[in-house]
Design a protein. Structure first.
Length: 234
């Protein structure tokens, strides 16, 4: 895939999912662990054992499976912090994708209690991937983030228009949405979020080949993520 094509920047970051203050998620922390989360460092609702479903060929991925580091992100398309973090991860991939250093996996986590439109948008993005493949998934997702001003501001009537702008077969796209395939794909994508420790969005876990798991709560700045990646790659 062409790097620019995969990640049309700018895109985004989303707010915490269970009415936890935005400031906590916007400035959340990075803590390297070997498989279990320290009780003092994560909320009580987060499992002590972080269990992340491994990335596979069915995931939406930028970079290569089997990279030195894989970053798995759970996100909500109407979350403003997710929008910011999406752009940050685009920068990360511009710097680390080549040579199999870092791969980025996108998984859905629509926060229905906060954003009533997010799930339908996620279903549309999944249908973009079903109809057009991995590259079209990313193009469609990027366009949603470029159109929305977050917090349910996107007009859902634009979803077919975005499909056309992305170069998708509109009939196949609409058929996918109507058939429930997009809905099933979203449910599958979000199914492992709680086990991974996600309580809100954006939430990411950095995985290394030697088994380290690094949870990232919120829209961590580029410099912090870069420093963590550099330390793990050394």
């Amino acid at each position: 895939m062409d790097n620019k094509k995969d990640l049309g920047l700018p895109i985004a970051i989303i707010i915490s999912g269970i009415l936890i203050s935005a400031s906590i998620y916007a400035t959340g922390g990075i803590k390297i662990i070997s498989g279990t989360a320290g009780e003092a460092n994560l909320p009580d609702a987060v499992p002590k054992e972080i269990v992340v479903k491994p990335a596979d060929k069915n995931d939406h991925i930028v970079g290569k499976l089997g990279s030195d580091i894989t970053i798995i992100t759970y996100t909500d398309l109407e979350c403003p912090f997710c929008q910011r973090f999406h752009a940050t991860m685009g920068q990360i991939m511009d710097n680390y994708r080549e040579g199999g250093k870092v791969a980025w996996v996108y998984r859905q986590m629509p926060l229905d209690m906060l954003h009533s439109k997010s799930r339908k948008e996620a279903e549309a993005a999944e249908c973009a991937g079903i109809v057009g493949g991995n590259v079209k998934f990313w193009e469609y997702t990027n366009k949603i983030f470029s159109y929305t001003k977050s917090n349910d501001s996107l007009d859902l009537a634009l979803l077919p228009q975005i499909a056309t702008e992305t170069g998708l077969d509109l009939k196949a796209f609409n058929t996918c949405l109507d058939s429930g395939k997009g809905k099933a794909a979203v449910i599958n994508s979000e199914s492992g979020a709680a086990d991974a420790g996600a309580q809100g969005t954006p939430y990411s876990v950095i995985l290394t080949k030697d088994g380290k798991k690094v949870p990232i709560d919120g829209a961590m700045p580029f410099e912090n993520i870069k420093a963590t990646i550099d330390g793990l790659l050394r």
